[in-house]
Write a protein that binds this ligand. Structure first.
Ligand code: AMP
Ligand code: GLY
Length: 446
């Protein structure tokens, strides 16, 4: 099979790393990819959001399957164009992807299908927003309707902050069109969980639950970021598990009822409240950095799974996980998430086995670790996923806010965590910072 992955970040590096091990994959392309991904795939400078351009490339090269990494191509309808041209796609079409690209749409969907979520109102005008603020008691959560690269949600402790946010999003249009409509919600509390499932629209199969660490600083302080680290699995008890399964079944039934075709990854961001799990948001793609902590746990062929989703036969596909746990620590640039400094040399990458990418840990054609809990070489349970790096003139430098995801597997979470931070200690660049408390808590929720 010829496989094309769209995207260029840590998630896509992890997707490329995992699918490169597939026995089915004879040729791997990534667009646009990155200097790190070139070690695994032929990188092609395509505009990922231009369906016609991507479809043209697929026709020219005979690509059999496209896996869409980020949300923007999904929101632009790239899946639809590709499917119309006969290419199999892992990723929902534009209409279903509105679950992520429009918070107002998601809110309506949740209400229509009676899926637990925070109470909220959608406001399309300043007058509606003013009336909602009048009627609802702070703290409140204000969400820009459209995609805002992690900047569209503000937790407002009091009325003044809520009014300022409405002013920013709706009158000043600081997020352009994304903030013209807002959703104003009650503020829920409880631990958060990322629940990811593969689906072909008929069946959905959950991956191990994971946890992202969105805030910049230890102890969940500081501003929200794209994600400062993740771990998996988060163990749950039977009641919680059945509530989460119930949510996914309802979403799937709702999609069918609404005539929405969904083949890809469905991610529910959940808050585990005293009244049970409630949906905070949907993503229509693999989470980042969650995917970096999840894929090393997958003990089967990811390309085969994605193909099964695209072809509507997920029910019979093999899905297996390794025992143990995985921890991913994000190394970020100075000034991330505001205005990250880039172009700084990265030291220590040569210490990683098989070069910078953690490649060669699992020989091509063999599943990651193949169920082993011991590894033949030191460092084989340590992977380095590149999120924002470049290699001009052969030297690795920082090229984004989130630079690297140092990811370790261990027989248990404590071992994985120790190993990941050991990996972190070998890498340095000017201004590098990271959280020291990834996987420090919440390993099990019952
Ligand atoms: P979202 O993009 O909707 O997941 O929001 C980003 C983050 O905002 C979530 O991970 C939560 O930490 C927080 N959040 C979103 N909605 C709520 C809510 N209704 N109550 C409390 N926190 C929320
Ligand atoms: N880690 C959250 C996301 O991928 O949106």
């Amino acid at each position: 099979m010829k496989l094309l992955i769209l995207g260029s970040g840590g998630r896509e590096h992890a997707l490329a790393w995992k699918t490169a091990q597939s026995r089915l994959v004879q040729k791997l392309y990534c667009a646009p990819g990155s200097d790190a991904i070139t070690a695994l795939a032929e990188c092609i400078p395509l505009d990922c959001c231009d369906g016609t351009e991507v479809a043209g490339f697929c026709a020219e090269k005979g690509v059999d399957l496209v896996i869409i990494g980020p949300e923007t191509p999904l929101a632009s309808g790239v899946s639809d164009v590709l499917r119309r041209s006969g290419v199999r796609v892992f990723g929902p079409g534009q209409a279903a992807a509105r679950l992520e690209s429009s918070k107002a749409f998601a809110k309506k969907f949740l209400a229509r299908h009676r899926i637990p979520t925070a109470r909220g109102r959608t406001c399309a005008t300043l007058e509606e927003a003013a009336a909602a603020l009048e009627a609802m008691k702070p703290p409140l959560v204000i969400k820009a309707d459209g995609l805002a690269a992690g900047k569209g949600v503000r937790i407002c402790a009091d009325r003044e902050e809520a009014e300022d946010t409405v002013e920013d999003f709706m009158r000043l249009k600081t997020l352009q069109a994304a903030g013209e409509t807002v959703v104003i919600e009650e503020c829920l509390s409880g631990p958060e969980l990322s629940a990811l499932a593969l689906t072909d629209g008929k069946t959905c199969r959950l991956l191990p639950h994971s946890r992202d660490h969105k805030r910049l600083l230890d102890g969940d302080k500081g501003p929200n970021t794209g994600g400062m680290g993740a771990f998996a699995p988060v163990e749950t008890g039977p009641d919680l598990e059945s509530a989460i399964r119930g949510i996914f079944e309802s979403v799937l039934a709702g999609l069918r009822e609404d005539g929405l075709d969904y083949r890809g990854l469905l991610y529910a961001g959940l808050m585990l409240t005293a009244q049970g799990p409630k949906v905070l948001e949907f993503n229509c793609r693999f989470g980042d950095p969650e995917t970096q902590a999840l894929l090393p746990l997958l003990d089967c062929d990811l390309a085969a799974l994605c193909l099964a989703c695209a072809e509507g036969r997920l029910g019979t596909a093999e899905l297996k996980f390794r025992p143990g746990a995985c921890v991913c620590v994000t190394l970020a640039s100075e000034n991330y998430p505001r205005a990250p400094m880039t172009g700084r040399p990265i030291l220590g990458l040569e210490e990683f086995p098989a070069g910078a990418c953690g490649l060669g840990l699992c020989p091509r054609g063999s599943p990651a670790g193949a169920g082993r809990t011991d590894f033949p070489t030191a460092g084989a349970d340590l992977m380095l996923f590149h999120a924002g790096t470049a290699r001009p003139g052969g030297k690795w430098t920082t090229a984004g806010g989130r630079v690297l995801g140092v990811t370790a597997w261990g027989p248990d979470a404590a071992a994985a965590r120790r190993r990941a931070y050991e990996g972190v200690s070998r890498i340095s660049f000017d201004g590098m910072h990271y959280r020291r408390d990834i996987a420090g808590e919440l390993l099990a929720i019952r």
